[in-house]
Design a protein around this ligand. Structure first.
Ligand SMILES: Nc1ncnc2c1ncn2[C@@H]1O[C@H](COP(=O)(O)OP(=O)(O)O)[C@@H](O)[C@H]1O
Ligand SMILES: [Mg+2]
Length: 211
């Protein structure tokens, strides 16, 4: 599988097909049993997440992705933990993408709604100015209108030059904003195509996109 510069790529597939495992493996939380993970032509398999974040890759896990007992600003500061420069401009840029976060900047993240917490998680992941962001089910459990809002934010992040690899249960919606996609089934790549190609594929539609 590959993600090219400034692309949006979706991974779709049933529950338990290995999507989260794949994301964790790319980000160094798990070690691949076979194969390797390369980023910018460098083999990063076996590197730890704390080494990978320094290579401008960020990851938002499916669950437990914010510090509930810290404020929004403190969460963003945590995302910048290894930065030694003045990153106040970066916080301003993140508030431009997520205006609600600015409004709630002094609130405890755990008190925010599910959609807002997801924005905190994405904002935190953007603090190190990644060139690729991995998002594992950013809209899980959110109401349909919030799913659209999250995917709009994804497009906006992409417009700032960041490539995205997304796992999304709302697979059709995710493909609508993606350049390309992969279907994972039982831990294996079943299909790969342009996002439109997957949307137009009858078999993929019937098996993985709800008919
Ligand atoms: N390539 C693989 N080969 C064997 N087992 C796998 C593979 N990928 C994932 N698994 C196992 O399948 C289970 C579900 O995987 P997970 O990544 O959580 O699925 P998803 O995020 O698609 O719902 C986990 O127990 C994981 O260890
Ligand atoms: Mg998962």
């Amino acid at each position: 599988m590959e993600v090219r510069e400034e692309e949006v790529v979706s991974i779709i597939g049933p529950n338990g097909s290995g999507k989260s495992t794949l994301m964790k493996t790319i980000f160094g939380l798990l070690k691949p049993m076979e194969g390797k993970v390369c980023w910018n032509e460098e083999d990063i398999s076996g590197l730890k997440p704390n080494q990978i974040v320094r290579k401008q890759m960020s990851y938002v896990p499916q669950t437990s992705n914010i510090f509930q007992s810290l404020t929004v600003t403190e969460n963003l500061n945590m995302g910048a933990f290894i930065r030694e420069d003045d990153y106040s401009d970066r916080i301003r840029e993140i508030f431009e993408i997520f205006p609600q976060l600015e409004e709630y900047r002094n609130q405890y993240a755990g008190k925010l709604s599910g959609g807002e917490q997801q924005m905190v998680a994405m904002g935190r992941a953007l603090m190190l100015e990644p060139t690729i962001l991995l998002l594992d089910e950013p809209s899980a459990g959110l109401a349909p209108n919030l799913v659209d809002m999250i995917l709009e934010r994804v497009e906006e992040i992409n417009r700032t030059g960041v490539a995205l690899l997304i796992v999304e249960q709302n697979a059709k919606d995710a493909l609508e904003i993606s350049d390309r996609g992969y279907v994972l089934a039982m831990g294996r790549k079943e299909y790969e195509d342009t996002a439109q190609g997957l949307l137009d594929n009858e078999e993929v539609g019937e098996l993985y996109l709800g008919g």
